[in-house]
Design a binder for this molecule. Structure first.
Ligand SMILES: [Zn+2]
Length: 690
């Protein structure tokens, strides 16, 4: 069997890339089952080793184990996200439970944990190198947080709690999807479309076609709702759409998330108690850079009063704009984005049609490569001859200034059926120097975007937000490519979740640098660089509306932290009432509101990785704003010495160094919140006592 299954063969293509053209969905189930069995054998050899546990025979061996399973899962997950099929989806449904069970057999293996725990107790006496000590601490924590320390009834109960959480969070996500796709609004006439730009009409037309309808249909997909609220001149329809949008998950019946979210909160509190924490937030934050609720609260305290003051100023400006147009109705929640867009147009006269010709996709890809060249000396050499999983994918070998090969980068930029929405970075292989064969492995890194294709023969033009997304994901990609660690578990982006957005958000700053824009943002037909006046308008517009965005984001993060910080066994009896009273107490204007209400807050309830963790974007933004400030202070966005420290401590060190220490080593001090406040235009706002 195995000699017929390309997933189980040695991969002999360039760079050890998978033989994509020979891999078919039916290969995955037998290959995954065989690889799980062989991983279990490897782990048994470690657990039952007759020798006393030491770092090499236990931790380093554990880090080397499961490589075959790892490479198969990487191909499987990448294809499932970027090039799926009904056959592959059927495999996923069959294999979800066996893969989850495999994870449990690893982390609940008592003999294996006993060896790791014995070493962990003596970790200071083992004379380990810093990275080895970090691996021991990291792997030990992975086991502990997965329940390895629990005994007897607690252990059995923990497994039940985790199983139930997996089931309930899946249902929560399906309910939101149900409410988003079942709600539609048919736009019957030209009057219903008043104010909508072409791209909104096109999307609504597409939704109608998918439903076999004439005309235009709006759904509650985010890509429909936000543009409609921004551009539609029909105040009555904006209200209808807004009400549909904010009530997702709150409809009695099959898709009601109100009790479901309470059940999830009840189980999480029990999970935290089994780990000895009073509340779920304490459990979640124990494995973050922030470390404690107090540290997160301190960040909220810096930002919140300034954001509230800024949003008041923005409301005054909106009122003035409305008055100028002779409108005297109050500003309701469904009015804010519409009037903010009018004001933005009036102040900065930025429209996509004027900007987009300066942001051709190919030029922006070259801009990202050029920034990586000027900062880190990297070269991206196209390799059209290596295997890829779809013709859209472009592959590059990545080389140092001295020509040393450091990895492979693949970019898959276009939306298509069979690919999920959004943008993300992933890996087919992580950089490490701890392979079973005794050598090193270079990283194979992917970026996925979902840009719309252009008409045949026409260049693909990006909006400024799309160009920023390209840079963001490329920043994650560099975090994978530049990794220089020994152990696979500590490689690349496998860092704490409130640190992982630093390399990506930081890289976005270079796109906004006038020097980079002048060099790369050239008019697609004339080749003329973007005019200085347009750069200035872009920069001025960057801070526009930040009060609104900051209040909505931070209000959501505050509610997340509050609902996960309760130590009572029972969640609030009425989550919607709990949320409303908290927002009122915080002084959130109802016409501003929050990004995600609890009943459809997928970050919190469609999985657990962002529960008590919505704050992480703001946390990372403190670091990226402060980090880029270092280049401003140096007077050169490509300052060589600073770039060298940035590479060593932020992009190359993975999880081998405690993130606070890594940041301080790059910056020479801990991060300050002031640059974030300046970036968001909140620094000059007087904070009123809350
Ligand atoms: Zn990101």
């Amino acid at each position: 069997m195995s000699e017929l299954n390309p997933l189980l063969e040695q991969w002999s293509a360039a760079f050890g890339l998978p033989p994509f053209e020979r891999i078919h969905p039916e290969h995955f189930e037998p290959a995954l089952r065989a690889a799980m069995a062989s991983h279990r054998e490897e782990l048994q050899r470690i657990a039952k080793d007759a020798r006393a546990p030491d770092f090499e025979n236990t931790l380093a061996a554990f880090d080397r184990s499961g490589r075959m399973l790892g490479r198969i899962v990487a191909v499987y997950e990448n294809l499932a996200a970027s090039a799926t099929s009904p056959e592959l989806q059927a495999v996923q449904r069959r294999m979800a439970a066996p893969l989850a069970a495999h994870r449990n057999t690893i982390y609940l293996d008592e003999a294996l944990f006993a060896r790791i725990d014995a070493l962990h107790r003596r970790r200071e006496q083992l004379g380990l190198a810093p990275e080895a000590l970090r691996l021991l601490e990291r792997v030990h924590l992975d086991f502990v947080r997965a329940g390895a320390r629990l005994q007897g009834a607690d252990r059995a109960r923990y497994a039940q709690v985790m199983e139930q959480l997996a089931e309930l969070t899946t249902r929560f996500a399906q309910n939101v999807l149900h409410d988003e796709s079942n709600w539609t609004l048919e736009l019957q006439s030209e009057a219903d479309l008043a104010g909508l730009p072409h791209f909104v009409r096109d999307a609504a037309r597409q939704a109608a076609v998918e439903r076999g309808l004439d005309g235009f249909v709006l759904t509650l997909a985010r890509g429909h709702v936000i543009p409609f609220l921004t551009y539609s001149q029909r105040r009555d329809l904006r209200e209808v759409v807004w009400r549909g949008w904010v009530s997702r998950g709150e409809h009695a019946g099959e898709s009601d998330n109100r009790e479901l979210a309470r059940a999830i909160l009840r189980l999480r509190r029990e999970q935290a108690r089994l780990h000895g924490h009073a509340c779920y937030a304490d459990y979640a934050l124990a494995d973050t850079m922030a470390g404690s609720r107090a540290a997160v609260q301190a960040l909220f305290d810096e930002v919140w009063p300034r954001a509230l003051a800024a949003v008041q100023r923005e409301r005054e400006a909106l009122r003035a704009q409305m008055q100028a147009e002779g409108v005297s109705t109050p500003i309701e929640a469904w009015d804010w984005r519409y009037w903010a867009e009018k004001l933005r147009q009036a102040r900065y006269a930025l429209d996509d049609a004027e900007l987009k010709p300066y942001f051709a996709l190919d030029a922006m890809v070259q801009a990202a490569f050029d920034c990586a060249a000027r900062l880190f000396g990297l070269r991206f050499v196209p390799r059209d001859d290596v295997p890829v999983y779809h013709p859209d994918v472009k592959a590059y070998e990545v080389r140092e200034a001295d020509d040393t090969l450091i990895g492979v980068f693949m970019q898959d930029n276009f939306a298509r059926s069979g690919k999920r929405s959004g943008a993300w970075m992933s890996a087919l292989r992580w950089q490490n120097r701890n392979t079973p064969q005794g050598g090193a492995e270079l990283p194979l890194i992917l970026n996925n975007n979902n840009f719309a294709r252009s008409a045949p023969g026409q260049p693909v033009l990006l909006s400024i937000e799309e160009a920023r997304t390209l840079f963001h994901e490329f920043g994650h990609g560099l975090h994978g490519l530049l990794s220089q660690v020994r152990f696979a578990r500590l490689s690349g982006t496998q860092v704490l979740r409130d640190f992982v957005e630093l390399p990506s958000q930081l890289f976005e700053h270079w796109l906004a640098e006038p020097e980079v824009l002048r060099r790369h943002a050239r008019h697609v037909r004339t080749g003329e660089p973007i005019p200085q006046a347009l750069i200035e308008r872009l920069q001025a517009a960057q801070r526009f509306g930040q009060g609104y965005e900051t209040v909505r984001y931070t209000a959501s993060a505050i509610v997340d932290m509050a609902v996960h910080s309760r130590s009572e066994a029972e969640p609030p009896a009425d989550l919607c009432a709990f949320e409303a009273s908290l927002l009122a107490a915080q002084g959130v204007p109802p016409e501003v509101g929050m990004n995600h209400r609890l009943v459809h807050f997928q970050h919190l309830f469609s999985g657990s990785s962002y529960a008590a963790g919505y704050y992480v974007y703001l946390w990372a933004e403190v670091l990226d704003a402060d980090g880029f400030e270092a280049f401003r202070e140096a007077g050169d966005p490509f300052d060589p010495q600073l770039a060298q420290r940035l590479r060593r401590w932020i992009y190359a060190s993975g999880n081998s160094v405690e993130p606070g220490a890594a940041y301080a080593a790059f910056r020479g001090r801990a991060a300050s919140v002031a640059p974030l406040l300046r970036k968001r235009g909140l620094a000059d706002v007087d904070a009123q006592p809350a």
